[in-house]
Design a protein around this ligand. Structure first.
Ligand code: ARG
Length: 470
């Protein structure tokens, strides 16, 4: 940051808005007021907005064509300086909007002062921020698509690999690896649809709403909207400058997505433990311990699990900033950006890390299969057999099965290890046929209801998603 001397009028007040001021700001005022430390991330968007605005001012005859051309070239020079990393950002100039304009004035002189005709920093910041957030929605869409594709590959490879399904993290019923992967495809698929919805809803242009009331200059807001890739100009100038729903929708969508990521990350942490051994994570996405040589830690999964904290925190923080703000713009709204920047950076990183882990991980089929058959996982199949073959009411079947589970438990064996006589001790109608349903393969193959875990159902869902993702 440069010091403020060249940006102040003689007498010390701000060259951009200091007409009525006789003194410059206190250092503390400057420190609390400046946003350039973070909003310089919107430089490209700010210059794109200014270029669209300048072109429109020319097309509508509000500015001379010669001025517009000088402004256009000057803005490109400013952009190249920023991209090259040798732009003199100044906190005395508060924010990216005034930094760019002041530099433009250094380069092209007087015409720079005409650029701000028919606009305000209020519509400018809303426009810049919307463009930035829109890019994040797009990046999020790409990131989610990559993750879904990686999950589909896992699901397709392991459509018929058996594993335990859990409720309460207690063995419940056997499921297939592919089915479990596809559960996350559904979750991230909903995230994808939320991203697309929100992006479509936010795509209106605040530019030309000016400070709050519109402008008396004959501007063409449709032209600037189109130039910036918006679907239309925002229809109410008061709303246009004070709306941050797009940022909140980004953060809430990001929060739900991060929550999904954290659930999967938690499963990977559990699954990669020596006690479970369901998966082996690749070396590329694991770390070692500096003291315990045997360790391979799932740090990426743990960090992904944690990211939801700051992302949801950002959502809460911005909700609180916006709550109770009267129309239209208030400086409170400058507190929107850091939250969104941090959440976006971390969500993109978490999505990329999860995609890498999923692509690289190996499911340990033997461990999965062994675990699938333990814990009386086919008890429901036994109860269902009693209903289907012997015609018992389900409640009675449940009770009889429970007694057989207790018997197996007391003998230290699993249900298929009981003898037919032992089975008959619980209900003498039981026949040898019952053993057919006690195998895990049989169990998963039988669950052919729509959306069920049977490999055929899983393959059908993989095919449906592949088509959706094509
Ligand atoms: N830096 C400000 C922000 O981020 C830009 C808008 C300032 N507008 C104003 N009237 N002070 O919100």
């Amino acid at each position: 940051m440069t010091d403020s001397s060249d940006t102040q009028k003689p007498g010390g007040s701000n060259a951009m808005w200091g007409g009525r001021f006789s003194a410059g700001p206190d250092a503390i005022m400057e420190a609390i007021n400046a946003s350039i430390g973070f909003d310089q991330r919107m430089a490209a968007q700010d210059i794109a907005g200014s270029r669209a605005h300048a072109a429109m001012l020319g097309a509508t005859g509000i500015l001379e064509a010669s001025d517009v051309e000088v402004i256009r070239e000057g803005l490109l020079t400013v952009l190249s300086e920023i991209e090259a990393g040798d732009f003199p950002f100044s906190s005395a100039l508060e924010d990216i909007h005034m930094n760019v304009e002041a530099r433009l004035k250094d380069i092209i002189g007087e015409p720079a002062g005409r650029l701000h005709t028919g606009r305000s920093r209020n519509d400018q910041v809303a426009t810049d921020f919307k463009l930035w957030v829109r890019d994040q929605f797009d990046a999020c869409e790409t990131g989610l698509q990559a993750l879904i594709r990686a999950l589909l590959d896992q699901a397709e490879a392991g459509a018929d690999w058996v594993m335990p399904g859990f409720t309460h993290l207690q063995t419940a019923q056997p499921v297939t690896w592919g089915h479990h992967m596809m559960a996350y495809v559904e979750m991230f698929g909903r995230d994808l649809s939320r991203v697309r919805d929100a992006r479509a809803r936010m795509n209106t242009s605040p530019l030309g709403a000016a400070a709050l009331a519109g402008t008396s200059f004959p501007i063409d807001r449709h032209m600037t909207a189109e130039a910036l890739g918006f679907d239309a100009p925002a229809a109410n100038s008061l709303d246009a400058v004070s709306d941050r729903d797009f940022a909140l929708e980004f953060l809430s969508t990001a929060s739900i997505c991060a929550m999904h990521l954290s659930r999967f990350a938690e499963e990977l942490v559990i699954w990669s433990s020596a006690q479970f051994r369901f998966v082996t994570l690749s070396d590329r996405f694991s770390t070692g311990s500096s003291i315990m040589p045997q360790k391979k830690n799932p740090d990426a999964a743990e960090l992904i699990r944690a990211k939801v904290g700051r992302i949801f925190g950002a959502n809460t923080a911005l909700m609180m900033v916006m709550k109770g703000l009267p129309l239209a713009y208030s400086k409170d709204m400058q507190e929107d950006k850091e939250q969104v920047f941090d959440a976006a950076d971390n969500l993109m990183l978490a999505l990329a890390a999860m995609t890498g882990m999923v692509t690289d991980m190996t499911a340990n089929r033997d461990s999965l299969a062994a675990a699938a058959g333990s814990g009386f996982s086919t008890a429901t199949d036994l109860a269902d057999w009693l209903v289907r073959v012997l015609g018992l009411p389900f409640r009675d079947a449940h009770h009889i099965t429970g007694s057989l589970v207790a018997l197996a438990e007391s003998k230290g064996c699993d249900l298929p290890d009981l003898s037919l006589d032992e089975m008959k001790s619980a209900h003498d109608g039981i026949t040898q046929g019952v053993f057919d349903v006690l195998g895990v393969e049989n169990s998963v193959n039988s669950r052919t209801s729509y959306g069920g875990t049977a490999p055929a159902q899983v393959r059908a869902q993989v095919a449906r998603w592949k088509e959706l993702m094509a």
